[in-house]
Design a protein around this ligand. Structure first.
Ligand code: AG3
Length: 289
């Protein structure tokens, strides 16, 4: 009996190879391709993930796995902070983060996204991800540079969420100390920030470096992990920089009751997952030590 080689017939999308590894999805249809003033943007329909957004050849989010990423980048910090009234989102043009932020009793969340074309394309072709968040009267969308926005010291935020692309191209400054200093200055005395912090498997140096930058600015820095099917290796990391609250010390029962009180139902995040996510395998703990 001869085994069949894997079939790569038809149209595949492969994310740029890293360390001899490529991550691919079989495509049904290419919906849009555009060079925006900031980045190369594609929207595709894929077999395993459904419709997906790709920026500068890196898959950002998809209908089938967006909850994994957005629940983890939003609920972990917004449950950790006891009273998250004022929340700022940097990036996140697809709206999945803003939508989860709006599930919490926040006052007037602001989002600063550099690329209007991403917001427009996602509203048109991936409306399920923002699910009306951009039209919510509580939310304010600013089209502009997040680095410049923070440099102007807006002040008084409880939580800042940095939902950026990888640390290359337009996002690079969002991973550096000067930006983190501006964020810290703009946070209240008990404020905290979270940022997506790359693949611990294929972008280990980037993760290490980002945590180093955050430690120069915040007394409490905690990295946590989650699965995101569409990202290289499937395993992803997020890092919190905090002035007062430590995300690892809230008890599981209070997370469960916070979610219940706020009427939030989830498919990935839970009290148990919150705690499990901060358990780092030693080789990843070493990266962020
Ligand atoms: N932002 C993080 C995407 C990182 C993906 N990296 C990659 N595929 N190499 C996602 C934005 C979702 N709102």
């Amino acid at each position: 009996m001869s085994s069949q080689p894997p079939s790569f017939e038809g149209d595949w999308y492969f994310e740029a190879e890293r360390d001899g590894f490529a991550h691919g999805v079989h495509l049904r249809e290419r919906i849009l391709e555009e060079q925006t003033p900031f980045q190369h943007m594609e929207i595709v329909d894929s077999e395993p993930l459904g419709r997906a957004l790709i920026l500068d050849r890196a898959l950002q989010t998809s209908l089938n796995d967006e909850f994994m990423y957005h629940e983890m980048i939003v609920h972990v910090p917004l449950v950790t902070h006891q009273h998250p009234d004022r929340v700022l989102v940097i990036g996140g043009g697809d709206g999945g983060t803003l939508r989860r932020v709006l599930q919490h009793p926040v006052k007037e969340p602001t989002q600063v996204e550099i690329d209007r074309a991403v917001v427009d394309a996602c509203k048109a072709h991936l409306p399920e991800i923002s699910d009306g968040a951009f039209d919510n009267p509580r939310a304010r969308l600013v089209i502009g540079d997040g680095v410049q926005f923070m440099r102007d010291n807006p002040g008084g935020f409880d939580v800042v969420i940095v939902d950026s692309t990888d640390p290359i191209g337009p996002a690079v400054q969002l991973f550096q100390e000067p930006f983190y200093r501006d964020v810290a200055r703009s946070l209240a005395d008990d404020g905290l920030m979270v940022a997506q912090s790359s693949s611990p498997l294929f972008m280990a140096d980037e993760l290490s470096d980002q945590v180093k930058q955050l430690r120069k600015v915040f007394p409490i820095v905690r990295t946590y992990l989650g699965i995101v099917t569409g990202y290289p290796g499937g395993l992803w990391s997020y890092t919190i920089g905090s002035k007062r609250y430590d995300p690892t010390v809230i008890d599981q029962a209070s997370i469960t009751s916070t979610l219940r009180d706020r009427g939030i139902s989830t498919r990935y995040y839970s009290g148990a997952v919150h705690h499990a996510a901060f358990a780092l395998p030693p080789f990843i703990a070493d990266l962020v030590a």
